[in-house]
Design a protein around this ligand. Structure first.
Ligand SMILES: Cc1cc2nc3c(=O)[nH]c(=O)nc-3n(C[C@H](O)[C@H](O)[C@H](O)COP(=O)(O)O)c2cc1C
Length: 387
């Protein structure tokens, strides 16, 4: 049945049909008028790759080493809160795919599975993403849990000092904790399969933070809470505490990237949160070559925001990323067909990466560099700086 999905657009269309409007808005929506999200995708489309000929590409390698591990693919799953709202069981499906294909899967602080369960399901493929809410001590408690559970990768997200206004979510009455409104009854009634499955699996809740209506604790954290209490001193403190790989997510400024590198982080994660934060932010792909130029050719960079295909993965690698994560794509896939949808997506992306490598004459994904790019017309592409 999943063979009827030939690209991400097919999966997204099916997800839109199967998911209630309110949860589709959560996944598909972005900040403000959603321009930033559109620009992310649009600018990636404008990047062009150069076809090359007479290269033996009969054997192609898609796996690559990154941050001390040999990954089966050059891409993985970005952290997303409450994935089980896309489709019940999504957390398990993402972990299963991560193990099957050798990809990283990053559990969000707002994940609907516990830190311990995710580590058990995904093993060394599991990364943990940290938000620091009102209590720094509460956040450090989560870090201690992640360490105890055996995580080797900690992703500190720094681009949500305040949660942006997501207009589409507001129109659907989305708030946490959720309060049922009359319009939601109609929405849910029109999506009985999602409702039925959700009732069987249990209504998803944040599994690692405590919502205010469940009583006060150090990890009490509402979705709209200010997360901008922390500063550079916190980064120093975390660097001292966390012995594993430390990754800073949501970096768009070359100056910030250099300072993060100098503070001892293991990688910078270039992202504008998929356009979900500052609607006026530049497209993330435009900043990638500038950040690569600023941090130097060897410093590890991860990229997300706007990647919707294997070609997109290859373009990001050519523009300076060492590794690429995708967000919404995985939730469209889960919304379209649960675990089978997620596996289908990874097969499609892998095929697209392999086909692209063949066309541009790169047998090994690990060797992609800016020579893979085509500059067709002065000024019409991302400024490549001195990548
Ligand atoms: C539904 C949803 C929830 C998200 N939740 C988080 C989160 O909890 N923590 C985080 O660092 N990023 C979160 N993100 C952002 C993603 O990690 C990622 O940066 C973004 O989705 C990349 O853009 P793309 O969707 O265009 O691939 C979320 C994104 C989506 C779509």
């Amino acid at each position: 049945m999943t063979r009827t999905f030939h690209c991400l657009d097919d999966l997204r269309r099916a997800a839109r049909r199967r998911m209630p409007g309110i949860t589709f808005a959560l996944v598909d929506g972005a900040a403000g008028s959603e321009i930033s999200n559109h620009l992310n995708c649009d600018r990636l489309e404008h990047v062009r790759l150069m076809p090359r000929v007479l290269v033996d590409i009969s054997d192609r390698t898609l796996g690559k080493p990154f941050l001390g591990q040999n990954w089966g693919l050059p891409f993985g799953i970005a952290p997303m809160g409450m994935c089980n709202l896309a489709w019940p069981g999504t957390d398990k499906a993402l972990a299963a795919a991560a193990v099957h294909y050798g990809m990283p899967v990053c559990l969000s602080t707002f994940g609907s599975s516990t830190i311990e369960d995710t580590r058990e399901r995904a093993g060394d493929n599991a990364w943990f993403q940290l938000y620091v809410g009102p209590s720094v001590e509460g956040a450090l408690e989560l870090v201690a849990r992640a360490e105890k559970a055996g995580y080797q990768y900690l992703v500190l997200t720094v681009d949500v000092p305040v949660v942006s206004a997501r207009i589409r979510e507001r129109r659907h009455g989305l708030e946490v904790p959720f309060r049922m409104q009359p319009r939601n009854f109609v929405d849910f009634a029109l999506h009985p399969a999602w409702v039925f499955q959700t009732l069987i699996e249990g209504v998803p809740k944040p599994a690692n933070v405590v919502l205010p209506d469940a009583g006060k604790s150090k990890t009490t954290f509402t979705r709209n809470e200010i997360r901008g209490h922390i500063d550079w001193d916190f980064l120093d403190r975390l660097r001292e505490l966390w012995q594993g790989k430390l990754i800073l997510k949501g970096v768009m400024s070359p100056a910030d990237a250099v300072r993060i590198r100098d503070a001892g982080a293991d990688a910078v994660y270039v992202s504008n949160h998929g356009g979900r934060q500052l609607d006026a932010a530049p497209p993330a792909i435009d900043m990638l070559p500038q950040i690569r130029a600023a941090v130097g050719s060897d410093y590890p960079l991860i990229f997300d925001s706007g990647v919707r295909s294997g070609e997109g993965v290859v373009k990001a690698l050519a523009l300076g990323a060492d590794f690429v994560l995708l967000g919404r794509a995985f939730l469209y896939a889960a919304g379209a067909a649960g675990e089978r949808g997620v596996f289908r997506l990874v097969d499609l992306l892998s095929e697209q990466v392999a086909l692209t490598l063949g066309q541009i004459g790169y047998p090994d994904v690990g060797t992609i560099d800016r020579n893979a790019l085509a500059v067709t017309q002065a000024g019409d592409l991302t400024d490549l700086g001195s990548v």
